[in-house]
Write a protein that binds this ligand. Structure first.
Ligand SMILES: C[S@@+](CC[C@H](N)C(=O)[O-])C[C@H]1O[C@@H](n2cnc3c(N)ncnc32)[C@H](O)[C@@H]1O
Length: 227
């Protein structure tokens, strides 16, 4: 896939948000983690500082930090304005207001950009895209994917979702996905079909409620574990 920067919305989340979105325990954080569709999140930057082993994968990483930051600067006003205009449609429990959210996202992009070029040299940020990953079977203990699968289901069909989750489970012993809703704030319509498909392949599938919600009903995470 050729990725066009003018179509990308490089807005990411913090380590604390990842911990809450994925119910990560201290033991989970010690695992080898593959974080797919990680974009400009500061999860890797902050986690690596604490000694965690995290590899981030995203097609966005064909760009350099200046290009990603410039694109962030181009889109952030519009995103926050849209959220301010619909502020009753969002949950202000973790982030307290649209301006608080903006502060968070600006902090994230700074942390990401400060870490990115060095992280690329250390192979902590690698270019890659679902539904295929270049890693070996079971190379990672834990796979995470936040705000990509399910959320953009208008652009990616059910087969893409099945293939992508299958691929993450080939590479990781356990995969966690968040959120389980679409951009219309509705539960992904084929969630049951996906869960049934993996249960039939001898995986344990569990939906867990998490302590993070920005989109209403977006406080659930799917955990799929190899039995
Ligand atoms: C909304 S961002 C989420 C960033 C990060 N996970 C977070 O929650 O802060 C979605 C990311 O998905 C990436 N993406 C787009 N197509 C992809 C694909 N086929 N495989 C993996 N990532 C993809 C985009 O480049 C973008 O960085």
């Amino acid at each position: 896939m050729v990725i066009h920067l003018e179509k990308v919305v490089p807005v990411g989340r913090t380590l604390d948000e990842y911990i809450k979105m994925f119910n990560l325990t201290e033991d989970d954080c010690k695992k080898s983690i593959l974080s797919v569709a990680d974009g400009p999140a500061s999860f890797n930057a902050e986690g690596s500082q604490l000694g965690y082993t995290i590899k981030s994968v995203d097609p966005l990483y064909v760009f350099n930090s200046e290009q990603i930051k410039n694109r962030f600067d181009e889109v952030i006003d519009n995103i926050i304005e849209q959220i301010e205009n619909t502020s009753n449609n969002w949950v202000w429990s973790y982030h307290k207001s649209p301006q608080d959210l903006r502060k968070n996202r600006e902090n994230v992009i700074s942390l990401f950009c400060e870490d990115y070029e060095q992280g690329k040299k250390e192979h902590r940020y690698e270019i890659g895209e679902l539904p295929k990953l270049k890693y070996k079977d079971n190379e990672y203990e834990l796979g995470l994917i936040s705000h990509f699968l399910f959320l953009y289901s208008e652009h990616f069909d059910q087969q893409f979702h099945l293939d992508s989750i299958n691929e993450m489970l080939r590479v990781c012993q356990e995969v966690r996905l968040f959120p389980l809703i679409t951009l219309k704030h509705e539960i992904y319509p084929y969630l049951d079909v996906i869960i049934e498909a993996f249960k039939n392949k001898d995986y344990e599938c569990k939906i867990e409620t998490v302590a993070y919600e920005l989109q209403p009903k977006g406080n659930q995470m799917l955990k799929i574990t190899k039995l």
